[in-house]
Design a protein around this ligand. Sequence first.
Ligand code: GRF
Length: 271
Amino acid sequence: MDSSPCARKLRLAVLISGGGTNLQAMIDRCLAGSLNATIEVVVSDKSGAFGLKRAERAEIPAFHIDYKSCAQSALKKAENLVDLAELDRRQKILKISDPNRRLARLAGLVVAESEIIRAIDSFEPDYVCLAGFMRLLTPYFISHFNARGPGIINIHPALLPSFPGSHGYEDTFNYGCKWGGVSVHFVDRGEDTGPLIAQAVYPLWPGEDIEKIRSRGLALEYEVYSQVINWLAAGQVLIKEGTDGAPRIEIADPDYASILSAWVQKALSFS
Ligand code: GRF
């Protein structure tokens, strides 16, 4: 289902923090020729992330950016990069009430993000794909990659707008949901709030545990993420305006209904 006709392969930068099974699924599909993209560079905020090894094995340039060291004496460095007070007015991710602490934290993020930008800019990515990257991004980073339209996409392990944050599978399971889901969306300034591009659902059968749910969901994530990348490559992701003026996404793929139906069939047939 990942073989939409496309004008050209997209150049991707993939950001990870952990095991990188989504990254591996992308690498495998690139090799198999079913993903209309090339993974140009991988960046992790964790030095021990297994995803870095996956990238190295696939001979993809891979970098680690250490957020902790970037936070040291960040205020001065960040002021050379952005107007911090102005950035603070635009950001929606840090809720720290003490303004000095908030600015210091924001400065640390901006310095780390400037390092990521430095690591990936020379690869000229069409899109930055977040694949288990467990950091919130400031408007500094987002504006950089959104300059020519939405340029950052994220995979989230829940049916947004339910269960944003870092525990999508656990939250779905603990709530007692009968269906769970995965969502791919453009990244905006909020946490998991950007315009939805695609969603798929899976059942939670009685007696199943969280690990079962996670593996069923992850298998679906690989399908949905690669399909979204192929839609982007094919120019089939259209940005419209919703009734509230906010961006809404429409997929212009004649096979859209059969792709969604295949996802449902697949979710029902996972053991
Ligand atoms: C995935 O469930 C993804 O949706 C979430 O983090 C997890 C990353 O898994 N954001 P992996 O590193 O790709 O295996």
